[in-house]
Design a protein around this ligand. Sequence first.
Ligand code: BTN
Length: 248
Amino acid sequence: MDLTPERIQTALGGRPFKFYRQLGSSNDVARDWALDGAATGAVVIADEQVTGRGRLGRVWYAPPNTALMLSVILRPPRARVPQTTMLGALAIHQLALGLGIEPVGIKWPNDVQIAGLKVSGVLSEAVWQGGDLKAVVLGMGVNVRIDFTGTPFENKAISLETALGRQIDRVDLLVALLAQLERWRDDPTLFATWKRHLVTLGQRVTVNEVSGVAEAVDDEGGLLIRTDSGTLRRVLAGDVAPHNRESQ
Ligand code: BTN
């Protein structure tokens, strides 16, 4: 079944939302809406994004009818802003587990993987006005039925339907994902649970040209790498080589 405003309206009840068949980036629309006073929890949903953004300046594109792409407006206390990305990754992780998919892991900092293949990415962005933090936009893209066969992502990315072997209704998925966000949003065990599902710890990694063994994460999400010379280096928001060099 299709994503339509009518079906979304029925499924979301009173939650404010905006739905677009095609738009640039749902994060941009959510940012403007947050500055216009949108309620916390309001959500922007796109069936197709033509200038969707990924981390590290990458493009995130999905053809129509193949993905779940949304941006949720949140207003966490300042101290918990760094955990917004963890919230998105953990919610998607739990969503996939809830569908009966295994194994599901989180690759630092925020990619959700099924059997080592990326199924989802998270891009959270702070919304500032002058010196004031007005909101945080939590953008999430989930591969639902993108066929990666024969593409450069064939051995890097996967879709939920491929992993499950059956079709998924994206409206049901949207409802379940928003419920996971509510479930974890104020949970004091969020950080510990996110950390427990990180597949990166213990692995040999290279991030921002720092190489060594991923030893730990701190509560802001920084990764602590034990280099070959024995020093502990902290890296933030980099990418774990050799994966994810391209847009997925
Ligand atoms: C990544 O893995 O690099 C993060 C990808 C985030 C993509 C989502 S799709 C919905 C939201 N709008 C955007 O422009 N980007 C995020």
